[in-house]
Design a protein around this ligand. Structure first.
Ligand code: NDP
Length: 339
């Protein structure tokens, strides 16, 4: 079993940033990616932390990818803000789009952000959490690559298609959930493969369509949605929102685009933000927030419950002071990128 290397969060950021710069990413792209990787390490979301860095570097080897892309922002009279990621990576495009989305949502009550032309291999909770920290209710959706079989089928068609939702809370961090529409994120299967562990039944089928617990056979076959046809309907919805609606690729088209087989999804992300005050008589969000707290308290009255995101916030409270332990093999391979 690999040993761990203790790192502060500043060291995690510096390690990721230096590796990306050494591999030809611009400072702006590198900084935005290092921010999202560090946030994942901070919240102990290992599959989107430093573990993801080699995937960014591999994605950048796609002949179409631009490690120095400068995204462009379009703000029109409508409620839709657009960012063209210019074939770069999604974190920088997001950092440019969140402020104008916030402004539009505060002004109109409801607004959307369409991000196009980006490589997106990150978790979605950072963006919805950031919007909820600004008092907005937020949704985010992105398609990925053809990894998941449709209900009843055996061939990969949908992406793992995550959806994230955040609800603001007064005097405490927002309630956030962020989940793939597949039974597991692909990164979780990759982590099981790395660690030589079987995956749970129900996550995937092999190339012949048979259930498998072998992570290699799962990656070679097709992942399954959670909840059978109900998860498949959500995966379909994500394809339509982040693909058809905003004029970007479906997951199977992203796979076709990935001519080198890097596994990196290319396409769009769709975000929507709602200002609670606009939905209340009298124009104050207080009632909506109080009502939500009532429900949260009722949930937490029951033993065995917790709110989504409470695990991340507890992890954050620890790692901000204690740092994290990075898998030694991974740490060394990232240092190899720096040379
Ligand atoms: P998980 O199944 O680990 O968690 C899903 C959500 O459920 C989290 O918000 C989690 O909160 C919450 N949760 C877990 N257990 C409980 C519980 N007992 N009670 C209440 N809430 C709970 O996530 P996935 O494996 O589905 O997805 C992992 C990540 O992968 C996501 O961040 C997603 O965005 C990302 N992803 C990205 C893709 C891309 O192409 N960019 C593709 C697919 C996935 P908590 O965090 O507090 O545990």
């Amino acid at each position: 079993m690999a040993h761990g290397v203790p790192q502060t969060l500043e060291q995690v950021h510096s390690l990721a940033f230096r590796a990306l710069i050494a591999q030809g990413f611009s400072a702006e792209q590198g900084h935005a990616i290092a921010d999202t990787i560090t946030a994942a390490e901070r919240d102990r979301c290992e599959s989107h932390g430093l573990f993801r860095l080699p995937f960014y570097i591999k994605a950048a080897s796609n002949p179409d990818a631009d490690k120095t892309a400068v995204p462009t922002l379009t703000v029109s009279d409508s409620s839709v803000v657009r960012v063209d990621g210019a074939r770069g990576f999604c974190p920088l495009a997001l950092s440019i789009g969140l402020d104008p989305l916030t402004e539009k949502a505060n002004e109109r009550g409801i607004a959307a952000l369409a991000i196009n032309n980006t490589y997106n291999i990150a978790a979605l909770w950072p963006e919805v959490e950031a919007l909820a920290e600004r008092g907005l209710v937020a949704f985010a959706f992105t398609a990925s690559n053809a990894f998941v079989a449709p209900a009843g089928g055996t061939q990969p068609l949908y992406g793992t298609n995550p959806m994230a939702f955040a609800w603001p809370r007064r005097d405490q961090p927002p309630m956030v959930f962020d989940q793939a529409s597949s039974a597991s994120a692909r990164g979780e299967i990759q982590l099981h493969l790395r660690d030589g562990k079987p995956i749970p039944v129900g996550w995937a089928i092999d190339r012949e369509g048979q259930p498998t617990t072998d992570p290699a056979a799962a990656l070679d076959g097709a992942q399954l949605t959670f909840g059978g046809y109900k998860g498949a309907a959500l995966a379909l919805m994500v394809e339509l929102l982040a693909g058809a609606l905003i004029g970007d690729l479906f997951s199977y088209e992203s796979t076709e685009h990935d001519t080198l087989g890097t596994g990196a999804p290319f396409g769009g992300e769709f975000l929507m933000a709602l200002s609670p005050a606009h939905f209340q008589q009298g124009g104050s969000a207080t009632h909506a927030f109080d009502r939500a707290e009532l429900l949260f308290a009722k949930i937490l009255e029951q033993d065995g419950t917790r709110l989504p995101s409470s695990r991340r916030f507890s992890a954050r409270a620890e790692t901000l002071s204690q740092g994290v332990i990075v898998n030694e093999t991974l740490f060394n391979s990232i240092n190899d990128y720096i040379g």
